[in-house]
Design a protein around this ligand. Structure first.
Ligand code: INI
Length: 197
């Protein structure tokens, strides 16, 4: 039998989308910097004008799932990384936003077969959020590593099951293939970058 495991090598073959919430951008901007740093040091071209990483800014965490799902459905990406910060205030708003973004990000992954990384810090205070976004450590780095690992895992896993003639596990359509495997069959749900030049 086989052990499937993601690696952090040969990452330059992958394409990523990063969805970032503007709300609490003091925190999310730092998460993004940490995330880019990790991707860059693993051979990914993080230039927004390049071909490997696309960036989408949304107003707040509540809007992340809709956009993450659409990006995943496009089959352009091997993983979608969602970055946000939900900080508890004096109102119940925190609970609604935190619950919806967690559920929505999970659903976007399940529904599309594309890894969607939950890079949302949920804390009681701004201080705690900043500590996780660069003052002590930067979770943006970890979220990038999670994306690299999952992209690699799905690539090896799906290539292997295809080679051995098992077909797809779960949803048996080509829509569940990673972007790199499925590039030639990509459904154009997003505007073509080349035609925009
Ligand atoms: N959005 C966040 O990203 N973080 C928060 O802490 C937050 N709080 O607590 O209000 C927040 N609210 C905005 C929300 O995500 C939506 O953008 C807004 O409700 C419009 O749909």
């Amino acid at each position: 039998m086989t052990v499937f495991e993601g690696t952090f090598v040969n990452a330059s073959r992958f394409r990523f989308a990063i969805v970032i919430a503007r709300f609490n951008d003091l925190v999310t901007g730092k998460l993004l910097a940490g995330c880019q740093d990790a991707l860059k040091r693993h051979g990914i071209d993080v230039d927004p004008h390049g071909t490997q990483v696309d960036y989408v800014w949304v107003p707040g965490c509540f809007e992340i799932p809709l956009v993450a799902r659409q990006l995943a459905l496009s089959q352009r990406y091997d993983a979608v990384i969602c970055l946000g910060a939900v900080i508890r205030g004096q109102t119940p708003h925190f609970d609604y936003v935190a619950a919806e973004v967690a559920k929505g990000v999970a659903a976007a992954g399940f529904q599309t077969g594309v890894p969607v990384i939950f890079g949302v810090v949920t804390t009681d205070t701004m201080q705690q959020a900043l500590e996780r976004a660069g003052i002590k450590s930067n979770l943006g780095w970890n979220y990038a590593m999670n994306a690299l690992e999952m992209a690699s895992l799905m690539y090896g896993f799906k290539s292997s099951t295809q080679r051995e003639g098992y077909g797809e596990i779960g949803d048996a359509t080509s829509a569940t293939l990673p972007a790199t495997v499925n590039a030639s069959r990509s459904s154009e749900l997003l505007p073509d970058k080349e035609s925009q030049k």
